[in-house]
Design a protein around this ligand. Structure first.
Ligand code: GDP
Ligand code: MG
Length: 440
């Protein structure tokens, strides 16, 4: 990931008060590679790098961040902006029904996403959508949508494959009004490549139904190609937004940036699996972090800053570095970490945490925290401060005193050691951060 790659560069520019041109150049080289690796279109990358360079050079470094983090912050912000900034909502027509046309290449996920969106509208917004089977070309496309409808117990409008898609769309509109549907989702045909015949048909459906949204469904795995596809559909049809599918795969989502950059329309949803509920509102910020491959590192920094008392944090940091952490510190850390949110979420935010050895062992079950507290409280002051004192007979005594088992005591001591190791790693990564240093 980018985070690891940047470590080397970061080390060099730690402790500087201002970001200079050479620093930014070096970092941007890495950012550029990361973006290209994430399959962002090279033209988009070029422009992005130029914009960020300009903004980052000469910027005062915030007290709380190192110059390296400062650059990452700028990159992250700009990347988020590039993908639309705020999360974008789906249209609601003043005069129902709201009409949504799903368009895109074959296999992009239009039909599946039509079902997912219908489900989402009903479940999350209490709406009553009508799905329309207007792909008469792909074998079994109508059947596919009807099956989804059955699975959801939601209506699908179809007239078989002998009626033109334009007529199907027109009649579907009449039906939707008659049955008081508030949304109409039109599943259209795709092709392997953009061609005029397809576009003509889509334009006709558009003219016949005056859609409130024309959503381009894009397979996130298509990477570089996404740009051309998005450009063609936008030029010839005009789109109002995009849905990025198959983000559950290995793809890093560079297509998201490209699509937004060339069409200047927002990405509204992300498909994250084959199941009917695997559709999520698209969050530009999260996607930026995913593309940068660094977890929500800035969020983590911010949370740490607001939650941890500064003086105490300094002391803890020193202890982490020198490996002097005591069980009392451990308890305190546990409490602080917990005040920031669920543990597994926090671990997700730590860059590289997934790879850290022994992480499974330190994943603390929320329920076990009471036990942990009891165990630590059954230790003597000396034991808490010098964990190496904890021999077999002391462990036995502690288990008894805390009403737990020797296995649990052993496990905690092991977890404590692992946590110490991890914190040492973390503090190594964040060393040299300004005076508002977080304690994590
Ligand atoms: P269409 O030709 O555009 O209508 O595409 P389909 O809806 O038929 O989807 C093509 C394939 O992609 C199907 O096998 C879907 O199950 C799969 N698919 C669609 N969306 C997703 C997604 O978000 N994640 C994954 N893993 N598969 C998806
Ligand atoms: Mg289809």
């Amino acid at each position: 990931g980018l985070a690891e790659r940047l470590q080397g560069t970061l080390k060099k520019i730690r402790g500087k008060g201002k970001v200079n041109e050479q620093d930014v150049k070096e970092m941007m080289r890495e950012v550029r590679l990361a973006l290209l690796e994430a399959d962002v279109n090279f033209k988009v990358v070029k422009k992005f790098i130029a914009d960020v360079k300009e903004r980052a050079i000469g910027e005062e470094v915030l007290d709380s961040l190192t110059p390296g983090q400062q650059v990452i912050k700028v990159v992250n912000e700009e990347l988020t902006k590039l993908m639309g900034g705020e999360q974008s909502k789906i249209a609601v027509s003043q005069k129902p029904p709201t009409v949504i046309m799903m368009v895109g290449l074959q296999g992009a996920g239009k039909t599946t996403t039509t079902g997912k969106l219908a489900n989402h509208l009903r479940k999350k917004h209490n709406r009553n959508p009508l799905m329309v089977a207007a792909d008469i070309y792909r074998p079994a496309a109508i059947k596919q949508l009807e099956t989804l409808g059955k699975q959801l117990s939601m209506p699908v409008f179809s007239l078989g494959d002998q009626v033109s898609p334009v007529d199907i769309a027109k009649q579907a509109m009449a039906k939707a009004k008659e049955d008081h549907h508030d949304y109409v989702l039109i599943d259209t045909a795709g092709r392997l490549h953009v061609d005029n015949e397809l576009m003509d048909e889509l334009v006709q459906i558009k003219e016949a139904t005056s859609p409130d949204e024309i959503l381009l469904v894009v397979d996130a795995m298509t990477g570089q190609d996404a740009v051309n596809v998005a450009e063609s559909f936008n030029e010839q049809l005009g789109i109002t937004g995009a849905i990025l599918t198959k983000l559950d795969g290995d793809t890093r989502g560079g297509a998201a940036i490209s699509v937004k950059a060339v069409t200047d329309t927002p990405i509204k949803f992300a498909g994250v699996g084959e199941k009917i509920d695997a559709l999520e509102p698209f969050h530009p910020e999260r996607m930026a972090s995913r593309i940068l491959g660094m977890g929500d590192v800035l969020t983590l920094i911010e949370k740490a800053q607001t939650n941890v008392d500064e003086e105490r944090a300094k002391e803890l940091e020193r202890k982490m570095r020198t490996n002097d952490l005591t069980f009392d510190d451990f308890l305190e850390q546990l409490a602080q970490v917990r005040s920031m949110g669920p543990l597994d979420e926090l671990l997700d935010m730590m860059p590289g945490a997934g790879k850290m050895k022994g992480l499974k062992n330190i994943q603390v079950d929320e329920k076990q925290i009471g036990h942990i507290e009891a165990i630590v409280k059954s230790m003597t002051k000396a034991e808490r401060e010098t964990p190496s004192l904890l021999n077999a007979s002391r462990r036995k005594r502690i288990a008894k005193g805390s009403g737990t088992s020797i296995q649990e005591v052993n496990r905690l001591i092991k977890q404590f050691d692992e946590m110490k190791k991890m914190m040492k790693q973390m503090s190594g990564m964040q060393k040299g951060k300004g005076k508002k240093k977080g304690g994590l």
